[in-house]
Design a protein. Structure first.
Length: 241
């Protein structure tokens, strides 16, 4: 099943030259995926009954024609097959002329909120979503990202209360915010980046102090977020024009 919603870009969504920010695009993707889950009985309001919560593992985003302030967008999303431990969700954004503006894909796992462990995704759950075979990317989806061995420099950040989501982890969109803070000034001014990849490795919790390590390799700006105390990798973010 392809689930559809309309969104209008607002002031908080726009950045340079009134174009929609990547963070706003991911927020739209997150919201429409949540609305789809609400409809089938696996949304935020259903956690008390299902004892399960969807956890994001990966984003991949490509902007083809960047929407601007005030645009009314038609957004499509659908679930695809994965396995008993994870599943995929794809996205499309169209403008009022019917032009395809943005494509994206994501990878999700199901968390047992009582045990704090991954739950198996049964066929009964997937049947509720009515899986589609359509793919927005032709290449192999969400290849494993390998962290660089050297970095140009790093910044530190202490996680505050405002960063925490309903799962008591730092909200997934804030990882992109941290990556942008780690960019050199001249790189930051190159935004918006039309290709974004975020791979989440380990949750960040309230009070954690993280390091955002920046480098530039293979025509990509790469930020690796690590824990200051033990150097465990929390996420890898890649940005490219």
């Amino acid at each position: 099943m392809i689930y559809k919603e309309k969104f209008r870009t607002s002031l908080k969504d726009i950045g340079k030259d009134n174009y929609i920010k990547n963070r706003a695009i991911l927020e739209i993707f997150e919201n429409i995926g949540a609305y789809h889950s609400d409809m089938v009985g696996y949304g935020a309001n259903d956690i008390k009954n299902t004892k399960s919560s969807w956890i994001l593992m990966d984003w991949k985003l490509k902007v083809i024609k960047r929407p601007k302030y005030g645009d009314i967008l038609t957004v499509n999303t659908w679930c695809k097959s994965g396995n008993r431990l994870y599943t995929y969700r794809d996205y499309e954004i169209y403008n009022e002329l019917g032009e395809l503006c943005v494509i994206g894909t994501s990878k999700w796992v199901l968390m047992d909120v009582e045990k704090g462990k991954l739950a198996r995704i049964g066929e009964d759950i997937m049947e509720k979503y009515t899986l589609e075979e359509k793919n927005v990317f032709n290449e192999k989806e969400l290849d494993k990202l390998i962290p660089p061995t050297k970095y140009i420099y790093s910044i530190e950040y202490k996680v505050s209360r405002k960063d925490i989501d309903i799962n008591n982890h730092m909200h997934n969109l804030y990882y992109l915010d941290l990556a942008y803070e780690a960019l050199p000034d001249n790189v930051y001014e190159e935004r918006p980046f039309d290709n974004v990849r975020i791979s989440y490795k380990k949750e960040i919790k309230y009070g954690d102090v993280v390091k955002c390590n920046y480098t530039f390799e293979e025509n990509k700006h790469i930020v690796v977020i690590t824990n200051k105390e033990n150097n465990i990798i929390h996420a890898i973010i890649e940005l490219k024009k």
